[in-house]
Design a protein around this ligand. Structure first.
Ligand code: NI
Length: 132
């Protein structure tokens, strides 16, 4: 969703969110879905498989929490390997590239303004995030 759309507040649902039920609602990769929001940030779910593109977010930190599978967050001088129950926060300005050999299910927490491909805009960029 565009910047102005992203800033619109959403009436909160007073219901719990079950992650595996939400993950069952979609099966395409690299397409984050919004499942919650708080304090100007979204909680997103994404299924990852294969390699993403190198990118960075100049003004936004980005949390990757793995709930299923394995995810490597490649940094320029280090690889962060995550399994279920582990998370890593990519600090703003740090180049990163998520890689998953097999399907990984990941929770993202990041500001509403964060674009999935960071400073890059290409065919992997997702503009209009669906709420599920
Ligand atoms: Ni990123």
């Amino acid at each position: 969703m565009g910047m102005s759309e992203a800033r619109k507040s959403h009436r909160p649902k007073l219901e719990r969110v079950n992650l595996s039920e939400k993950f069952d609602l979609f099966d395409y990769y690299w397409s984050p879905k919004i499942v919650g929001e708080l304090n100007g940030s979204y909680v997103k779910l994404v299924k990852l498989k294969g390699e993403f593109v190198w990118h960075k977010h100049a003004k936004e930190d980005e949390l990757f929490l793995v709930t299923k599978g394995k995810l490597t967050v490649k940094l320029r001088h280090k690889d962060i390997r995550l399994g279920p129950g582990e998370f890593f926060v990519v600090p703003r300005g740090v180049e990163h590239k998520p890689v998953a050999q097999r399907e990984a299910q990941v929770v993202l927490i990041e500001r509403k303004t964060t674009r999935n491909t960071g400073q890059i805009r290409n065919e992997r960029t997702v503009q209009n995030l669906e709420r599920i």
